[in-house]
Ligand binder design. Structure first.
Ligand SMILES: Nc1nc2c(c(=O)[nH]1)N[C@H]1C(S)=C(S)[C@@H](COP(=O)(O)OP(=O)(O)OC[C@H]3O[C@@H](n4cnc5c(=O)[nH]c(N)nc54)[C@H](O)[C@@H]3O)O[C@H]1N2
Ligand SMILES: Nc1nc2c(c(=O)[nH]1)N[C@H]1C(S)=C(S)[C@@H](COP(=O)(O)OP(=O)(O)OC[C@H]3O[C@@H](n4cnc5c(=O)[nH]c(N)nc54)[C@H](O)[C@@H]3O)O[C@H]1N2
Ligand code: SF4
Ligand SMILES: [Mo]
Length: 700
């Protein structure tokens, strides 16, 4: 049998199209059971990155969990039957509900879950557990960009246009995004703009993406970390004072321009240079290029969003796009590059603490009535808003906080800010339950671990970074002993006497999701697995009877009056002071070879062979000042923690800055140093900058 299965990559939001083929009968037994090949598709054009090519290795991994594990009296995780584990879990949940109330059970979801699982998890939390305390790792990822887009446009579809629109761009301003490492096949969409000399990359590091601007292909702008808001206010100041904005568009399609003009008045170029370090001539050059009237895009990534002022910075980028008229100009646009595989769908179907499916507000009586009807419950039975991720985890220390946590698709021991405190808190829980394929660092702390199916073993849908709904298809059977999360929800719901249906078939769950989303902002009501299997291009909103919406903003903004909101934002104090003396600013981010907390990619031998060492990238002069040379062991520390890393000197980084990836565990975990301060609007943590000191390891 040599049946090909058409599906998409298990990792990031580019969701590259791939074909899975069973291993040939005469192949060596150490070859993966499924072979991966890139498939022609408008987003990846047949390309895949290293992570995609090697993704099927994990299906056969010896490290997979193949049976439920329950912690015994001696503190060991021991293999258990499914019925025993689920009976025990249901009993512990009921006991805790009686002792400490329904809100004592927390749920932590993930942006890697299919739409079906994300939807069912939100429903399970609200009506099977009866808890308000659900949030997910998308809070660490897309919450600032989402909050800013919702506020400005009345809709949050990461890219409100197909990726192929970028092919004809003459200018692209990329703020805090390193697609050359985080989405390599994306680069094909930047070929045109590079040829036109119009790629502008804003990154304090000369990242792999910033290097694409060399040789006349564009411009690299390197502000001091955490000063993008000032930079954007400065660019807006120039565009307004030099009258380079779209006055007619502003008048007809927006509200709030006068406040914006006043708010940027004091950000004259020389002052912006002083704060950001970006020379006045570069500021003027960027402002002029953006105002040329040709095909122009502004795109943001985590580098500008993962800050305690991330919503305001994303808003400043949107304001600049609005006054230039980009979102509604055909061939131009504004967008944010969603990160996780289903980072877009994951933020629409009800995993967020304040949200119901269809991107509805949980506080809106009409939304509650609609969803209650689909779920077969009374609107009063749906709990109110819960707590966002960082606050949810912090509540473990509070009298009315959570006592139990169910984790689905995240590894917060590595990926949450101030991870040392997170580990201590999780250790204090009365019950920690983790569903995963592997014994991640979080699963290793759990009282109950439930093994679940991987991407190539399940059916479902994912919504990519363009808002296009894609089919994930099953190519192989899961190992014995592994179950789907939909089955787990259904079994637990039955044991907890939950109202409503908890279907196990993903196609049926999708049909219910579609009904629940009908009339909401993220309306999927015209979609079904069958329609997607027909090869239909499916951009939401996709109301029943429609053909989908590739470019939702071209028909006008989604606020009731059709106008965008320009929200004037200002610079506020940083959660930590700027580095002084021998302190450095720590910047965190990603490497090509590893994905997120590394729970998956650290188990792929080819990726580990390419990248197994935690390196701290620093300028040669910064290293020399501390008596360090390339390859030396170093200690990075602050009041929150200590991290060990190997020095990698490079002139791609500013002398006042040190870079760490967050993919490694234990004493190499970058998040031991990050701060849990959050954005006041989005609750996004300040992942991108922290203050640290660096010294030689021997001096410890
Ligand atoms: N290889 C790989 N690819 C991935 C992932 C992965 O873990 N590994 N994860 C996926 C996910 S979930 C996401 S969210 C995306 C993230 O994708 P990106 O946003 O591209 O990734 P990051 O590396 O987090 O950050 C991008 C850049 O921001 C810069 N930066 C840091 N601080 C600042 C600042 O203050 N200002 C500016 N302007 N830039 C700054 C960093 O130097 C870095 O080069 O990647 C997705 N793709
Ligand atoms: N310092 C610093 N920290 C960061 C960031 C940063 O830039 N700097 N970026 C942040 C961002 S943008 C993100 S998105 C987060 C991500 O960080 P995490 O939330 O930790 O994400 P992953 O490592 O992808 O964890 C997913 C876990 O779920 C499992 N898993 C995958 N699919 C499924 C599934 O379908 N069901 C179940 N039950 N399990 C599954 C995987 O094996 C893995 O153990 O990290 C954040 N942390
Ligand atoms: S770019 Fe993203 S979706 Fe494409 S192969 Fe790599 S990890 Fe997978
Ligand atoms: Mo992310």
């Amino acid at each position: 049998m040599n049946v090909e299965t058409h599906t998409h990559c298990p990792y990031c939001a580019l969701q590259c199209a791939m074909t899975l083929t069973p291993r040939a009968a005469d192949a060596a037994l150490d070859e993966p059971t499924l072979t991966v090949t890139g498939r022609s598709f408008p987003t990846n054009r047949g390309g895949l990155c290293k992570k995609g090519w090697t993704s099927s290795t994990l299906l056969d991994s010896d490290e997979r969990i193949r049976t439920p594990l329950v912690r015994d009296a001696r503190g060991e995780l021991v293999a258990t039957e499914w019925s025993t584990a689920l009976d025990l879990l249901a009993q512990r949940i009921r006991d805790l509900q009686i002792e400490s109330g329904h809100d004592s059970i927390g749920v932590f979801g993930g942006g890697g879950l299919t739409n079906e699982k994300a939807y069912q998890l939100g429903k399970f939390a609200r009506i099977a557990l009866g808890t308000s305390r659900i949030d997910y790792n998308g809070r660490f990822c897309m919450s600032s960009a989402a909050a800013a887009a919702n506020r400005a446009f009345g809709i949050d579809r990461g890219l409100p246009f197909p990726l192929t629109d970028l092919d004809a761009a003459k200018t692209v301003l990329m703020l805090g995004s390193n697609v050359a490492e985080t989405m390599p096949p994306f680069l094909s969409h930047l070929a045109g703009v590079r040829e036109a000399g119009g790629l502008i990359v804003v990154d304090p590091r000369r990242s792999a993406t910033a290097r694409l601007t060399e040789d006349g292909q564009g411009l690299h702008v390197a502000p001091a970390p955490g000063t993008d808001l000032e930079l954007l206010l400065g660019l807006t100041h120039i565009v307004i004072s030099e009258r380079m904005y779209d006055a007619k568009g502003v008048e007809e399609h927006t509200i709030g321009f006068d406040d914006l003009r006043r708010s940027v008045a004091a950000w004259w170029p020389a002052r912006v240079q002083q704060v950001t370090g970006v020379p006045v001539h570069a500021l003027r050059d960027v402002a002029r290029r953006l105002s040329s009237g040709a095909e122009t895009f502004i795109l943001t990534g985590r580098g500008v969003e993962q800050h305690a002022n991330g919503t305001d910075t994303a808003t400043a980028a949107i304001n600049l796009a609005l006054i230039l008229g980009l979102p509604t100009r055909p061939g131009s646009g504004y967008g944010t590059l969603t990160g996780q595989g289903n980072g877009q769908g994951g933020r629409e179907h009800g995993q967020k603490s304040d949200q119901l499916p269809g991107y509805r507000k949980i506080t809106d009586p009409a939304a509650r009535a609609h969803v209650a009807d689909v779920w077969g419950v009374n609107a009063d039975d749906i709990p109110g808003p819960g707590l966002p991720a960082v606050q949810l985890l912090a509540s473990i220390d509070e009298p009315d906080g959570i006592r139990a946590l169910l984790v689905h698709g995240s590894n917060p021991v590595i990926s949450a800010p101030d991870a040392g405190a997170v580990r201590r808190r999780l250790g204090r829980l009365q019950l920690l339950v983790v569903c995963d394929f592997f014994l991640s660092e979080t699963a290793a702390m759990a009282d109950i671990v439930l093994p679940v199916t991987q991407w190539a073993e399940e059916e479902g849908t994912m919504t990519n970074l363009e808002g296009r709904v894609l089919r994930r298809r099953r190519a192989t059977a899961p190992p014995d002993g592994v179950r789907s999360e939909l089955w787990i929800f259904s079994e637990l719901a039955r044991r907890l006497n939950a109202p409503g249906r908890f279907d196990v078939d993903p196609a049926l769950v999708f049909d219910e999701l579609a009904r629940a989303s009908a009339g909401g902002i993220a309306d999927y009501s015209g979609l079904s697995h069958a329609l997607l299997d027909d090869g239909r291009e499916a951009y939401w909103p996709y109301p029943s009877g429609s053909i989908g919406t590739p470019r939702p903003l071209l028909d006008g903004y989604r606020h009731p009056d059709g106008r965008a909101r320009i929200v004037a934002v200002s610079v506020t104090a940083r959660p930590e002071n700027v580095a002084t003396g021998d302190e450095l600013t720590l910047v965190t981010g990603r490497l090509l070879e590893h994905y997120q907390s590394g729970a998956q990619t650290r188990r792929v031998p080819e990726l580990m062979a390419a990248r197994s060492v935690m390196e701290a990238t620093m300028h040669p002069s910064t290293a020399a000042d501390r008596g360090l040379r390339d390859g030396d062991p170093a200690v990075l520390e602050n009041s929150r923690g200590t991290v060990m890393a190997t020095v990698a000197t490079s002139t791609t980084i500013r002398p006042d800055t040190v870079f760490l990836p967050f993919h490694f565990p234990g004493e190499h975990s970058a998040n031991l140093l990050t701060i849990d301060a959050t954005d006041p609007v989005s609750a996004m943590p300040e992942f991108k900058t922290a203050i640290v000191r660096v010294r030689a390891a021997a001096a410890r």
